[in-house]
Design a protein around this ligand. Structure first.
Ligand code: AMP
Ligand code: MN
Ligand code: MN
Length: 351
């Protein structure tokens, strides 16, 4: 399909959440900044999920096809499930010291799937170094002041990948083969394989575009969801086995401590997606999964089953996300964290 024939009603009609300008206008501005850059560093949020990785890889491949140097860096290693979809070495893992050596080495930094400096982890200092040119593409609800040379944030976009797809269209990059596969990984995982509430017309329109790029959804599904290890299967079993109900059954929650994790032999990343089976408990309006990190603190994942806005809850507790899927970090015992969560949630449930 030639670039001219691509119809993009959505990019023409949607507004950017930062400036209120049409998305298409911000895309033109971003494409120009990218055209002027020769070396580009791409980074995303800590604990990168499918959208974070897929959007990063899709954009990097697109920029490389234009003859640019594009490298993706992350403080965390990539979920093994994404191997086979993205090429080996697509994402370079760096620690704090390695990241500090990257400062000032790139014409442009691109932050994807988050707008929050702290969520960039070890790359924060590189992206936000004084004088560094930087842009951001995101679909989370914004909660502050941001300093980017261009910032595209569209909460109604089902995944960051849709915005990257339109940017690649603007750059006249053909979205096919490995680029389409990477963006599919992003879109399909962020929409729960097109089941969540964000799987609306926009998601299906992007999916159609990616299908035209030549990919096999069944093959990608089985790479991501059909290759569960024994350890991970045991871990997901524990998530269900340990589940409890609170707030008259309206909150279903489960805690995976370091000890439980060790007993199953799984790694923390294996928990990604487990909350979606937890939330299926009848009568629950919200689900919470607490998973303990190596330092003893907890990552709390929240999902809304009914009309609760879990982003508001997470934000009140120092985190963020979307109305239906959000999260935050917390210290203290699991019991203390749950008590605080129940307090905040019950005010939402009563309204
Ligand atoms: P997860 O439960 O990790 O799948 O995350 C669900 C959503 O919440 C994603 O959109 C995340 O970006 C967001 N989220 C998770 N943890 C945090 C956090 N500590 N701060 C801000 N947003 C978060
Ligand atoms: Mn993400
Ligand atoms: Mn996302």
């Amino acid at each position: 399909m030639s670039f001219d024939s691509i119809e993009n009603d959505f990019a023409d009609n949607l507004s950017d959440d930062v400036s209120g300008r049409p998305v298409s206008e911000v895309l033109v501005e971003m494409a120009e900044i990218l055209r002027q850059a020769q070396s580009v560093l791409i980074a995303t949020h800590v604990g990168p999920d499918g959208d974070a990785i897929g959007s990063s890889v899709g954009l990097a491949l697109g920029l490389k096809s234009l003859g640019k140097e594009a490298r993706i860096f992350s403080g965390s290693s990539v979920d093994g499930r994404f191997e086979g979809i993205i090429a080996d070495g697509s994402v370079e893992t760096v620690d704090e010291e390695g990241a500090s050596r990257l400062a000032g080495q790139f014409d442009l930094c691109v932050l994807l799937d988050t707008s929050e400096p702290a969520r960039a982890g070890v790359l924060e200092g590189v992206i936000f170094a004084p004088g560094q040119k930087r842009i951001c593409i995101d679909h989370h609800l914004l909660s502050g002041e941001y300093s980017f040379d261009s910032h595209l944030a569209v909460e109604s976009s089902p995944a960051t990948a849709c915005l990257v797809l339109w940017l690649l269209d603007e750059l006249e990059v053909a979205v096919e083969d490995d680029i389409a596969r990477a963006l599919w990984l992003a879109l399909a995982t962020d929409t729960g394989w097109f089941r969540f509430s964000n799987a609306g017309r926009l998601a299906f329109q992007c999916a159609e575009r990616l299908l035209e790029g030549g990919l096999d959804p069944e093959e990608l599904y089985s790479l991501i969801y059909g290759s569960r290890s024994g350890q991970k299967t045991r871990l997901w079993g524990r998530v269900l086995l340990e589940h409890q109900l609170s707030l008259d059954g309206r909150l279903v929650w489960s805690v995976i401590s370091r000890e439980i994790l060790a007993e199953t032999g799984a790694v923390r990343e294996d928990l990604d997606g487990a909350i979606d089976i937890l939330k299926g408990v009848k009568g629950a309006h919200a689900a919470a999964l607490l998973s303990q990190l190596d330092d003893g603190s907890f990552k709390v994942s929240l999902r809304s089953v009914e009309s609760i806005d879990v982003e508001r809850v997470a934000r009140e507790l120092g985190g963020g996300g979307h109305a239906k899927a959000a999260g935050y970090s917390a210290t203290g015992t699991a019991q203390e964290i749950l008590d605080t969560l129940k307090d905040v949630l019950s005010t939402q449930l009563d309204t």
